[in-house]
Write a protein that binds this ligand. Structure first.
Ligand SMILES: C[S@@+](CC[C@H](N)C(=O)[O-])C[C@H]1O[C@@H](n2cnc3c(N)ncnc32)[C@H](O)[C@@H]1O
Length: 209
């Protein structure tokens, strides 16, 4: 938890309480359904919570923003972002039911009222969103194909709405066709070795309706 406060020193008592309780909830649920690896549970705050919050260093979501987390798995990046942005709404989607069971339990355990979950493939989700966030789900061309029709017409964040994706390694080839893409090194925000090759990819997508 100290790690989160190091980079987000202005958290409210309620946010600190939720981030603190997160670890116990994941530990309990992971014993029953193994959704997060042992090593990852031991380093939950670094590998999952702080990694998810790198998105907040790229976009400061305004109150009222609605966000889709595609392939949320055990709830990342959606759950940490929902704690950080209590006035935004988050829709967490995954095609595997057992993963969402853990997410549902964590959401209930924390009393997170700004999160809803759906067990579907993202291709079958028909809402629109200001932002689509994700980590480690598909190559960018596939991902863009899945979500490009889901960017809200009424945009809150002038020109910035679109995809924010957490990914690692050399992305030059994969992203060469996207002219507006911005790539941020996570080590620019968090000085931790774990993030050495990890990036935040921001692909603004203007609605063309
Ligand atoms: C490698 S896991 C990443 C989970 C989580 N985002 C994280 O970073 O911890 C990929 C997840 O994407 C989900 N997924 C893959 N394709 C999907 C699709 N088309 N629609 C919804 N979920 C999908 C899988 O079920 C899996 O839970």
């Amino acid at each position: 938890m100290e790690l989160i406060l190091k980079y987000f020193p202005k958290l409210t008592d309620d946010q600190i309480d939720k981030f603190t309780r997160l670890e116990g909830l994941y530990q309990d649920w992971n014993l029953k359904i193994n959704v997060v690896s042992r090593k990852d549970i031991d380093e939950l705050y670094l590998r999952h919570v702080l990694h998810s919050l790198a998105i907040a260093k790229v976009i400061d979501f305004k109150p009222g923003t609605n966000i889709l987390d595609v392939g949320t798995g055990g709830g990342f990046p959606g759950i940490p972002l929902a704690i950080l942005f209590p006035e935004c709404s988050f829709h967490l989607v995954d095609s595997i039911a057992k993963k969402l069971k853990v997410v549902d339990e964590v959401v209930e355990g924390l009393g997170l009222e700004n999160v809803k979950t759906t067990n579907k493939r993202v291709e079958d989700i028909h809402g629109t969103y200001d932002f689509i966030v994700s980590r480690a789900v598909a190559a960018m061309p596939t991902f863009v194909h899945w979500v490009k029709g889901k960017i809200a017409k009424k945009q809150n964040h002038e020109l910035k709405n679109g995809i924010i994706y957490l990914k690692g390694g050399d992305l030059t080839e994969e992203l060469q066709n996207y002219k507006t893409v911005r790539i941020y090194n996570i080590t620019d925000f968090f000085q931790e070795d774990f993030f050495e090759t990890k990036k935040v990819v921001h692909l603004p997508m203007k609605y063309k309706g």
